[in-house]
Write a protein that binds this ligand. Structure first.
Ligand code: FMN
Length: 192
């Protein structure tokens, strides 16, 4: 069975609307993929600062961090669930990415530029946004970043399932948005 890495960055966990959308989509993908899940709330995510960078330069990478980076590199598909925070992704997810962005693991370089070393041909990003900001809007800085990072890591096209305006509509409308996003994700899952 091919491998799928699910990165759960739904920091509000059981309160998370993003997680409510992602869970049934990932569940259906479990029928076709061997799914590994990384729940960022549960990981010791050290911010990449001078000491950590110095260790990295000396070839010292925490074994657990290397395991995450290898999981990213070796996954056939990647699903990320993350709420829209401060017009982008939660910092915990950015830290996770910085930790996994390891030379000769997730990316390499030649004498001219960098290239990716990951195998995933597709990546799915599931999100919810408080304000009425659509995917691709200039105020929406999560998708452009994820696209750029997936280029660096050599990961195939990014698909996005998003529900927006979640903090300014009625409870019924929130439920309708969640239902609609799950349906959209299920369609993508059929051919993902
Ligand atoms: C720390 C934090 C930062 C947020 N920043 C933004 C923001 O910049 N723009 C926005 O539209 N909504 C923002 N929101 C609202 C969330 O995007 C919205 O409530 C979303 O549905 C939360 O997802 P969740 O239910 O999966 O946690 C923020 C919420 C939190 C808790």
């Amino acid at each position: 069975m091919k491998k799928l890495l699910y990165i759960d960055a739904c920091i509000r966990n059981n309160e998370s609307r993003t997680k409510r959308i992602a869970t049934p989509i990932v569940d259906v993908l479990k029928e076709r993929y061997d799914v590994d899940t990384l729940v960022l709330n549960e990981l010791p995510l050290d911010i990449v600062k001078e000491e950590l960078l110095q260790k990295r330069v000396n070839g010292q990478v925490e074994p657990e961090v290397m395991t995450w980076a290898e999981m990213v590199r070796d996954a056939d598909r990647i699903v990320i669930a993350a709420p829209f925070w401060d017009m982008s992704i939660p910092a915990a997810l950015k830290v996770f990415f910085e930790l996994c962005s390891l030379f000769d693991v997730t990316f390499g370089s030649d004498d001219k530029t960098c290239f990716g070393k990951c195998r995933a041909e597709k990546m799915l990003y599931i999100t919810t946004r408080g304000m009425d900001i659509p995917t691709g809007d200039v105020l929406e800085q999560a998708t452009p970043y994820l696209k750029a990072l997936s280029w660096l890591w050599g990961i195939g096209p990014l698909q996005v399932v998003a529900a927006q305006n979640m903090d300014y509509v009625s409870a019924e409308e929130i439920e309708a948005k969640i239902t609609s996003a799950i349906a959209e994700g299920m369609e993508i899952a059929k051919v993902f």
